[in-house]
Design a protein around this ligand. Structure first.
Ligand SMILES: Nc1ncnc2c1ncn2[C@@H]1O[C@H](COP(=O)(O)OP(=O)(O)OP(=O)(O)O)[C@@H](O)[C@H]1O
Length: 244
């Protein structure tokens, strides 16, 4: 097996003595798309932030491949979206980038002509793509996205995840993202990890969607959407006999 880009080893994170992540073992291989799902407060953002080095583990380790470049997409725009500022200028904060790099990143993110647009004029979906473009500027080995489709409707989310898949196909980067919408991301994920302070279950998206641990957390509320997904995309679906 190829060496992972990032791996955690019995990772624990505590806030003020309260443990929010417990003994997480997780490895991301080059080029794979991994989605973390879990209820509110289950530690999803904390896990991402620990993996990029923004939160210190209480115990356990995190190993990153030497020279690893990470592209991080935060939940929301880190500047006031009403400030008068063009997209092009935003992409040069905090580090100036040349026009060729900015254009390439905007194209990859699916907004090739947005450079001169004002940030304030963008829709929620377009703003997410600008954040994605910014994360692509340093040609990352891995993209890390924290609920990138928050506030988008299902069609907008699906389009965003297709863009992520296209970027992976073009650049070969790995993707680690948090999502609430398993039924929307499952088509674009190689592996899903269901988190609730610890790893409840993981595996192929359809395996996780039908796992009792996942259903205990989320109920069967996505059953209809899953059926729709299967109907549309997997006419030859059959059970691979995986067990939790
Ligand atoms: N900086 C912090 N200081 C103290 N507690 C925090 C901090 N950040 C998060 N927490 C707490 O840690 C727990 C996990 O939070 P986290 O944001 O990682 O969960 P999440 O799964 O991403 O949640 P959501 O789905 O609501 O975004 C929550 O109980 C949260 O209140």
């Amino acid at each position: 097996m190829t060496a992972p880009l990032i791996r955690t080893d019995r990772l624990d994170v505590t806030y003020g003595g309260r443990r929010v992540l417990h003994s997480i073992d997780l490895a991301i291989a080059p080029g794979e798309i991994v989605t973390i799902v879990g209820p509110n407060g289950s530690g999803k953002s904390t896990l991402l932030r620990a993996m990029i080095g923004a939160v210190r583990p209480a115990s356990g380790g995190i190993r990153r491949a030497p020279g690893l470049r990470i592209g991080y997409v935060p939940q929301t725009l880190p500047v006031d979206p009403h400030l008068p500022m063009t997209v092009r200028r935003f992409l040069s904060l905090p580090r100036p980038v040349d026009d060729a790099a900015a254009d390439a990143a905007l194209s990859r993110a699916g907004l090739p002509h947005a450079g001169q647009a004002q940030l304030s004029s963008l829709s929620g979906g377009q703003r997410q793509r600008i954040l994605l473009a910014r994360a692509l500027l340093n040609d990352p080995h891995i993209l890390v996205l924290d609920e990138p489709t928050q506030g988008l409707d299902q069609a907008g989310s699906a389009a965003f995840y297709r863009q992520i898949e296209a970027i992976r196909a073009d650049t070969g980067c790995a993707v680690l993202m948090v999502s609430h919408e398993l039924h929307v991301v499952m088509a674009a994920s190689d592996r899903v990890i269901c988190l609730n302070g610890h790893v409840c279950c993981e595996g192929h998206p359809e395996h996780v969607a039908s796992a009792p641990e996942y259903r205990a957390l989320f109920g069967t509320g996505t059953g209809g959407a899953l059926a729709l997904y299967r109907h549309e995309h997997s006419h030859h679906h059959h059970d691979h006999g995986e067990s939790a």
